[in-house]
Design a binder for this molecule. Structure first.
Ligand code: CO
Length: 470
């Protein structure tokens, strides 16, 4: 009789990062998170993804919260669970390339404030853009998980992914992630990919996908059977649609099998009850649009991530050109091809998407070209897997000589200048990093913070005056 070896699947919960980024435009506040983390800490998650990605920008810009403060509070609450963040390689959590000193300092401070696992990716899969962040995470004794930004296209063969995975392992990554941000991976393709990668690398493999096209939970099933070590899920009220498959469903699927994660469904139900109330509030406020909750099979046709679809809609709305939506969707793959067929993930998704909108609404392709498109075509985001369309490149950047080196090699250290520029607002060491990524937004936040503090000081003074009238 054969004995089946137990291999419990590890589960990373995304409700505090990707799930609310995908469903409610990253608007979950720290106050909404804190009451439930004691329970979440008891589940036995491999990790909770709770920081990075768009949460940093959204906290500062829309919620008027210090993202570093959020991280410290989450760290205090999660005594037994690893905390994970999403990190855009040389773009950190912003949309541009930063110098190595900023990348290194950001990694150092993320780990010092409580992050255990840093998931690092590059929007072009240019591994030179991952090196500094991986080295910094290794140095700070953090876990460097490096992601393949999964996409489809002629260049993206099994050999391509295997070759990239091998380089990632050699670079010093502690685990590998298949990051399928658009939900393109179908179950049998996932099985094939995981099997091939398992033969190629020894480090654990984490599968990350989105439910957008409706196949994601089946994709996880086949991936796990093929040897995938970790899957990313969201507690049910914030699962499905453009988010991840539901945690309870995956835990139940594997119950009693060698992959059983051993989660307590009663505990998961209590956590779900908490988030269900938030979901109802978000539906009432219009923050959660029922449109993002359904199955959108078009995502497989247009290969566009869910977040990018809603961006395109809002860009067209602003211009009063909503009727051009399908024309734009068809222009996206053409622009992508002209731009060397990159994966569509922040920031390449925004660059390609905005350019597609301009190509359609201006009535002539590349008549209007964004600064970011020019940068991309000048090699300033790194190397794409395929060459740029030379005619388009010429039309957009003229005779400018594109760069071929790692873009950050051309950047002088930036921290000394940044420190000087924002010194009058500085209250924490981390403030300079917030400023480095989002100068305008950070300054507004710093001023808001000062105003709040003055108000508090004033009301304390007023109270004292009332208690001890002169
Ligand atoms: Co995601």
């Amino acid at each position: 009789m054969s004995v089946i070896e137990k291999k419990p699947i590890k589960i990373t919960e995304t409700v505090l990062r990707d799930a609310h980024q995908s469903l409610i435009a990253t608007r979950m506040t720290t106050e909404q998170m804190l009451p439930i983390i004691e329970k979440m800490d008891k589940v036995g998650y491999h990790a909770v993804e709770c920081w990075g990605g768009a949460t940093f920008d959204a906290s500062l810009r829309f919620l008027k919260e210090d993202p570093w403060e959020r991280l410290r509070k989450l760290r205090d609450g999660f005594k037994n669970t690893k905390l994970q963040m999403l990190f855009r390689g040389q773009n950190i959590l912003g949309y541009n390339h930063y110098a190595d000193d900023v990348v290194e300092y950001f990694v150092q401070k993320s780990i010092a404030n409580g992050i255990d696992i840093i998931r690092i990716f590059d929007c072009l899969n240019d591994i030179r853009n991952l090196e500094t962040a991986v080295r910094a995470a290794n140095k700070e004794k953090g876990h460097a998980q490096v992601a393949l930004s999964y996409t489809l296209g002629d260049a993206y063969t099994l050999d391509y992914w295997k070759d990239m995975a091998k380089k990632i392992e050699e670079m010093g990554a502690n685990s590998l992630c298949i990051k399928d941000m658009a939900g393109l991976l179908t179950p049998y393709d996932a099985q094939e990919l995981v099997t091939a990668l398992k033969e190629t690398v020894a480090i654990p493999i984490d599968m990350h996908t989105h439910y957008t096209s409706g196949v994601a939970s089946m994709t996880y099933l086949k991936a796990v059977e093929a040897g995938c070590d970790i899957i990313d899920t969201a507690i049910s009220p914030f699962a499905l649609g453009t988010s991840q498959p539901a945690t309870e469903v995956m835990a139940e699927t594997f119950r009693g099998t060698p992959y059983d994660p051993g989660f307590d469904q009663n505990l998961l139900a209590e956590i779900a009850d908490y988030f269900r109330l938030l979901r109802e509030e978000d539906l009432e406020k219009g923050l959660l649009n029922p449109k993002v909750l359904g199955v959108n099979i078009k995502t497989l046709m247009y290969q566009v991530p869910g977040g990018m679809l809603s961006n395109l809609v809002s860009q067209l709305k602003e211009m009063g050109q909503e009727d051009k939506y399908y024309e734009v969707l068809e222009e996206v793959p053409r622009v992508r091809k002209d731009f060397g067929e990159p994966p569509l993930v922040t920031p390449s998704s925004q660059i390609v998407g905005t350019q597609a909108v301009l190509n359609v609404v201006s009535g002539e392709r590349y008549k209007m070209v964004t600064k970011e498109s020019k940068k991309l075509l000048s090699g300033e985001f790194g190397q794409t897997v395929k060459p740029f369309n030379p005619e388009v490149q010429k039309k957009c950047i003229g005779d400018k000589e594109p760069i071929t080196c790692r873009p950050a090699d051309l950047l002088e250290p930036q921290l000394p200048r940044l420190e000087k520029e924002m010194s009058q607002y500085k209250q924490h060491e981390e403030d300079v990093l917030s400023y480095a990524l989002f100068p305008q937004v950070a300054l507004e936040y710093f001023r808001y913070r000062e105003a709040q503090q003055t108000r508090v000081d004033q009301s304390v003074a007023d109270m004292e005056h009332k208690v001890y009238p002169v």
